[in-house]
Design a binder for this molecule. Sequence first.
Ligand SMILES: Cc1cc2nc3c(=O)[nH]c(=O)nc-3n(C[C@H](O)[C@H](O)[C@H](O)COP(=O)(O)OP(=O)(O)OC[C@H]3O[C@@H](n4cnc5c(N)ncnc54)[C@H](O)[C@@H]3O)c2cc1C
Length: 392
Amino acid sequence: MTQSQTYDVIITGGGIMGSATAYHLMKSDPALKVAVVERDPTYARASTTLSMSNVRIQFSLKENIQISQYAFEVLKGFEEQMAVGGERPRIYFHQEGNLFLVGAENEAAARKAFDLQRSLGCRIEWWPRAQIKERYPLYEPGDDIVGATYGPDDGHFDAYAVLMAYKAKARSLGAAYITGDAAAIATAAGSATGVALATGDKVSAGIVVNCGGAWAAELAATAGVELPVVPVKRQVFALDTAVKPEGPLPLTVLLSGLYFRTETGGLVLLGKSVPEDPVGFNFSWDDQRFMELLWPELAEFVPAWDRLKLVRGWAGLYDVNTLDGNAILGEWPQIKGLYLATGFSGHGLQQGPAVGRYLSELILQRPVSLDLAIFSPQRILENRPLSEAGLV
Ligand SMILES: Cc1cc2nc3c(=O)[nH]c(=O)nc-3n(C[C@H](O)[C@H](O)[C@H](O)COP(=O)(O)OP(=O)(O)OC[C@H]3O[C@@H](n4cnc5c(N)ncnc54)[C@H](O)[C@@H]3O)c2cc1C
């Protein structure tokens, strides 16, 4: 026999977006009935737990910078504010900086982004080429490098711990987590009415928030909503280098997009998005990619790392917004009560705090703390891309 339960808000997907939204809703209105439907409480394939966990102000779109400024604020006070029953989460927020190399071809865009970041009060430094080597003697910037931008506040944290903290806090405030597969979004007369579960049960609510990450577009399609969002496989490699740096290295991004940073335990994490990365729900991990393509490039920039061991790695999914590589946030204009948070294209983890707060404010019809209307789904219907030149 099928069963039906009624809530004020149902959130599909309990990753960083779903859990931060549940937390903000409950914090703002403890009387609300909020349910989060999550198919995998281990989060083994969630992008949140497979990410590089980087947070940076080095974006070129004002709102993305402001989102990260808010993330810094939240992460600094997170352990205290998210304690449940006196137990504080430990999130290991390391502000070890991000270093973006600049070449002649991206210099103008980098200068523009740098000026914008400065104008918004961010700490950001412009380094001439010599300074890169001075500060990080292992690095060998080639003649194609004119300098770098360094954001000293950028860094990384334990994504799983942050996710668990949002979830625990949301539950302590009254949110329900339902383990189940959302099979379809139900609508009637142009409004959301709930979610049909794969079991045949239905959870009803006038507000449905689709936080399904790389799976969000599939679920949106069940309500006739077509989103330009596709799952794209991205791989991360963990390296044990024979020569260890003297201290932590910033997340360093080469001109080609190859990036790496030090991790706890003396390891180095490295990745690179390439156009051949397959679209689909593919989690296979391919060490050949590192051996044949990435290692030679890495060893050119850090010659001391011509000896290293590939220890392990993993693959996760970006929810790539093929229109403009940016988030899609807010109510779908054609279905009342259906809210979306997807399309984060590889920089969503750091956006969780701001997105959770923003969606809760939209849903509760309160004034917004940070105006993120620029990410409205309306632009999808109008085929009007945002531009985030240079840095994604
Ligand atoms: C390799 C890699 C590196 C990254 N590095 C960074 C980084 O350094 N910084 C950064 O900010 N971002 C990074 N990201 C991106 C970031 O991880 C994502 O943007 C962010 O985690 C998205 O959160 P989410 O909650 O939308 O999705 P997810 O964490 O994927 O959560 C979605 C959840 O929804 C559930 N779900 C989906 N469909 C259904 C359904 N129908 N029914 C029930 N449950 C469902 C899934 O099981 C999943 O748990 C990276 C991503 C990857 C893969």
